[in-house]
Design a protein around this ligand. Sequence first.
Ligand SMILES: Nc1ncnc2c1ncn2[C@@H]1O[C@H](COP(=O)(O)OP(=O)(O)OP(=O)(O)O)[C@@H](O)[C@H]1O
Length: 773
Amino acid sequence: MSENEKMWQEEQRKLNETIQEIDAKADQYIQKVGGVKDEVIELRSTFFEDVTVNMDEPDDVMETYNSIRQQAELLGERERSHRQLYNQLNTLKRMRHSPYFGRIDFQEDGENSTDTIYIGITSLMDRSEEEFLVYDWRAPVSSLYYDYSPGPATYDTPEGTVDGEMKVKRQYIIRNGALRGMFDTGITIRDELLQEVLGSQASTVMKSIVSTIQKEQNQIIRFDEAPYLIVQGVAGSGKTSAALQRVAYLLYRYRGRIQANQIMLFSPNPMFNSYVANVLPELGEENMEQTTFQQYMEMRLQGRFEYEDAFSQLERLLSREDHEVEQAAIEYKSSKKFKDHLDQFIHTLESDGLVFRNIKFRGRLLIPKEQIEEHVYAQDSSVSIPNRLEQTRDWIDAQLDKYEEEEREKDWVKQEIELLSKEDYLKTFRKVSRGKRDQEDTFDDYVEEERLLSKAVVNKYFKSIRVKVEQLHFVHIKQLYRNAFSFEGADLKNHWSAIVEATMEDIQDNYLRFEDVTPFLYLEDQIKGVDAYRDIRYLFIDEAQDYSPFQFQYMKQLFPYARMTLLGDYNQAIYAHNVSAPTLLDERLYESMKYERLTLMRSYRSTKPIIDFTKHLIPGGEEVEPFNRDGAKPTLTQVNGAKQLYHALVKRIHAMQEQGHETIAIICKTAEEARHAYDMINGEYTVRLVTKNNYSFEKGIMVIPAYLAKGIEFDAVIMFDASEATYSLPIEQNLFYTACTRAMHELHLLCNGLRSPFLSQVPNNLYEELELH
Ligand SMILES: Nc1ncnc2c1ncn2[C@@H]1O[C@H](COP(=O)(O)OP(=O)(O)OP(=O)(O)O)[C@@H](O)[C@H]1O
């Protein structure tokens, strides 16, 4: 038997033993789960047998309440342990399929023996819970596997650094409990496994990468120093993947101290949310909180304003009209400079200038705005505006109590009572008299009945005023936002008056453009007080290049206790505010803060020929390092007119399907172009049109605007129209690059008319020009 065969046998034996151990543990768990389940069922069915229910006397009610609470707590605790055992059992099931993926043999300095350490998605102890059979990939010692090749190696533990020598580093492919492959690896994780992983079909859900994490990604995952981690990574370099494994790492590293709901991820679009939703559960962890800026905006503005979202703003700018003024407005309103300006404005409001609304009731002026103003500015100027407003709110409430009482005597109230239907009358009567009866023995006085009913009627009408007062609606934020523009925007020269005029009109129409949303909310928060997310400890911002400097400042305020991980790629900055301004990945924004900036240059998503092509679409692209995965060159099909475009498209889709590609994206520039492409082929193929209002990621053919394909990948990408008429302006360059870099295995460009000037930067030998036959 050769050395290799012996090694294989030895490893097979080890694998069998581990699986036996997993089975034995699973049996133990099944018994425990069964036992707890029976208890839960029993507790549920006998819930009320075991509680004493007696509502006769107040003391009895209290006793009943306590008894029910105790029983509910017991049930809750049993249900929790059932869930926990059930989750552990599921993890064991996953481990049985592939208990580990790597091994290192490590000899610590000063020790005689070498430890053999197997590494898997979670740790596994033997039945007696004494020895580790498998180490969690997030354990300190496991970082050796990602960071070193055999030779001297070091890892950090909470107790300090451990030095030693790595003797062996081995990788396994284990499927359904059987050893399929095994490699002793060198400096980086050997390419075989990565080749296998990357060569597979695109999936509609993102996969975990723990078995093939690369050294530079591991640095991101385990980073634990500065409060800001900025990651600039080229398209497909694993930023999102690293972010998700980092969440899993943090949950492991700070187990018991940080829960999944204290970690939040901001993602670029809702489709992305479902795309990444599987990674953490696959690793046996709960998902973090996920949201988009769009969702946050909706939560804040819905019902108050019509507002534009980021996608519509982009669509507006992508239309081929003159956007000079709009572009200037977006750049300015998204800048730190505008925020500083607003801060100055807000500062002046401390002594003068807040605008208020009258408080009226049925046409009667109850509290004039001047009185509110007087009340606010009568307070000590050292008190913050939000605190003064809170104080004023209490004062207004007290005034309203008085007015409410006055109103009860009015004729309209009597009429209202008369008009109450019998049901309403009884309902109101019961409601108001309920409290009364507890205090008095009899209740038969007509006057008292009238009094209570009028109180109820007036109360009902005052309710909406009370709610508005509670929300500090008496401050006229809309007017204040307008007033913020009553200065001379020196840098904007001849555009300023046009910008101000457009803003005034929009606000008058109760409409907020996307570029106004953040400044508006910021102003509102500074005046009314920030409703911050104080529980969030870690904030992840994916596609960070798409956020404006103003949004960043805003987020900092919204998440005051969060460490931030910002991941993105400046070459994929597609929004107007970043066309000529630095993105959030720019170090200059962090100069006064503690931060670390890491870069990822290696791209894993696409085949080498695709990366060789796409890297020429951006300045500095020559530094992008492709992962060496083979594939066909991208193609370019030149067509003239809609008819030829249709034929080229159909031909291409057909070829992609023949080759067995499961996710095929026809990527367009705008929603309008996507609708056009969709109409062209719908009926011929089963095809899905993805819009910002319809977002789920399924297998098949989809037509999608480029900005919605952000962060996502497909087996094959067909660029619907790579022509000059579609892609030639500066704002279109990154969009073009982003769209092309979504392809994993195949990239095909159709071009109706003159080709985009961005293509002239790509050497001819890097793509194939096709004729349409
Ligand atoms: N270490 C790795 N092992 C296996 N697959 C990897 C690894 N790193 C990245 N990938 C794969 O490469 C693809 C791109 O990764 P990901 O989406 O995380 O990149 P990204 O930098 O966020 O991309 P983009 O900015 O273009 O949206 C995914 O299919 C991911 O699974």
